[in-house]
Unconditional design. Structure first.
Length: 195
């Protein structure tokens, strides 16, 4: 698994999967083409994520909040345009995204890191996250689409801060992953008869 090449050790790990009634290559292609904001949850949660900075910069926070609420799409390319980097890809099988930042802050200051920089130890006070999508044949036919996220903190103080933050946001992070998988599943199944 490519994810192991970039973050074999981690402080936090979460994974989700869904069975999709479509061929693996088609499901993988849909990961790249799907609007992940299937139920509106991702958009709403990204908007709410801006609110902690309201008291320090109310006008900027309001602008960012409205921008997230009015977002028309949330795709893999949007992630790559906003702080994530494509670390590696086995086309048709698995891709790995990565970012480095202070995720627990209102402005997490995500930094897309190239693969060489990503495997280096994170700078003090930061954490790095690797997020993959992978497909494989499901034993009962179709495809199993999986996603896994791992986070590694630079030091014990950062780990304490991140774990406090993670305790609060973990259920919401899971909702986002479930929404993404459902969106890809729906698109893949709806378009597989067009192959």
């Amino acid at each position: 698994m490519l994810l192991d090449d970039f973050l074999p050790e981690f402080d936090v790990r979460t994974h989700h999967a869904i069975h999709v009634a479509a061929p693996p290559a088609h499901v993988y292609a849909c990961v790249w083409r799907t609007n992940f904001d299937h139920w509106g949850i991702t958009r709403a949660l990204y908007a709410l994520r801006t609110l902690p900075t309201f008291f320090s910069s109310p006008m900027e926070t309001r602008r960012r909040f409205l921008k997230e609420l009015q977002r028309q799409h949330f795709t893999l390319q949007d992630l790559l345009d906003n702080g994530f980097a494509l670390l590696d890809e086995h086309s048709g099988n698995e891709l790995v995204l990565g970012t480095i930042g202070r995720f627990w802050r209102g402005r997490s200051q995500l930094s897309a890191a190239n693969p060489q920089r990503f495997v280096e130890p994170p700078a003090a006070g930061t954490a790095k996250a690797a997020w993959n999508f992978s497909v494989c044949r499901h034993p009962q036919g179709g495809t199993e689409l999986r996603t896994e996220t791992r986070v590694l903190c630079a030091d014990s103080v950062t780990r304490w801060r991140f774990l406090a933050y993670w305790t609060l946001i973990r259920p919401f992070s899971s909702l986002i992953r479930h929404e993404i998988l459902a969106a890809v599943c729906k698109k893949a199944e709806a378009t597989s008869n067009q192959l």
